[in-house]
Design a protein around this ligand. Sequence first.
Ligand code: GCU
Length: 423
Amino acid sequence: MRLSSSLFFALILAMPLYGQDIKVLYDEAELPQFTLPDPLIAKDGTKITTAEAWEKVRRPELLELFETEVYGKAPAPLPISSRLLEEREVFGGKGTLRRVQLFLTGKEDGPQAELLLYLPKSDKPVPVVAALNFKGNHTLSDDPAIPLANAWVRNNAEDGVKNHKASEESRGAAKSRWPIERILDRGYGLATVYYGDIDPDFDDDFQNGIHGAFQKEGEAKPAADEWGSIAGWAFGLSRIADFLQQQDAVDHDRLIVMGHSRLGKTSLWAGATDPRFALVISNNSGCGGAALSRRRFGESVRRINTSFPHWFCDNFLEYNDNEDACPVDQHELIALIAPRPVLICSAEDDRWADPHGEFLSGLYADPVYRLLGTDGLAVDEMPPLDKLIDSRIGYRIRPGKHDVTPSDWEAYLDFADKQLGGK
Ligand code: GCU
């Protein structure tokens, strides 16, 4: 249904007012004083001093706190099923593309997503980067044979947020973010799904997408401690991992999860909840991702919960302007990935995402990595622009804005070569 033009303009006028009373802090001198929770002190006050106590006591505690207070608990998965739609050579025979229909609950009439799996020609299984994309599989390249996304897509049409349809004009629109041929040249595969296939990204009380398929009898929407959209997308990434683990051409021990922005928050949560991801990369993930919430620099908890009420679980609303009351902060999300390698990537001009706060999460997760016997973050000050810190907790900040660039991909794959042992 089209909105009447007067209603449309009323909405446009109202937009800047949305959350305008929320002051945004961009000055380190203005930040509140805070004390971060110690990832190595258990709820009962005991200091965690062994890897065993971390695994048995503290890690499960932290995981549960993030589930109930931040992202919401996802249901137990059902076995997936899949159907190969197409397989062909790409890039002059350098690699193959498999298009696959993924049935996320195993049923052909249940929620489903179309997956693109690009693999380099190789005589042995290859490491694969699993990543959701923002605009539809057809936007990753100019390849005319990839169908337009079927699900809702974000665009600037005048019909409100709900009923967008992908159009031919958007083919290839995101290709600068996906240097697929280069990824294959470096010996890695890429598995990607459009995130809207898993859960359309607007607030509809979870009537569509993956959530509906798991709704409990008598519950109209997820409870206050149950999954929001980020947890839903992370659940989708885990189903991609299910699929990749069924593929002989894929190295099951070298699955990498990567995401940008809201999908960077998602890749961190997927990495925290699913240890099959051997390496985790977040790009410009900001608030609710790698950035420390207690700093309140750039986007704050209240601001993100106001603009995107569906991303987190409803319990997270309690921490609007009340970050100190939250029993966890985001360095503990990084710690949940330990001892697996994690790379945190920032962009200098992306102040909304608080690059310094993203760095500090890595730094304050370091003691957990060290306890588990690996190195942590090799530096304690932010490195110069473009310098990849490739310790087990990796960090890089590059010049420029909120985006994914070819140089970002070089850094991801350099980090993966170092941490997962190259091709
Ligand atoms: C908004 C939001 C961020 C998010 C970003 C994105 O800017 O405030 O939290 O990371 O969108 O996903 O593009």
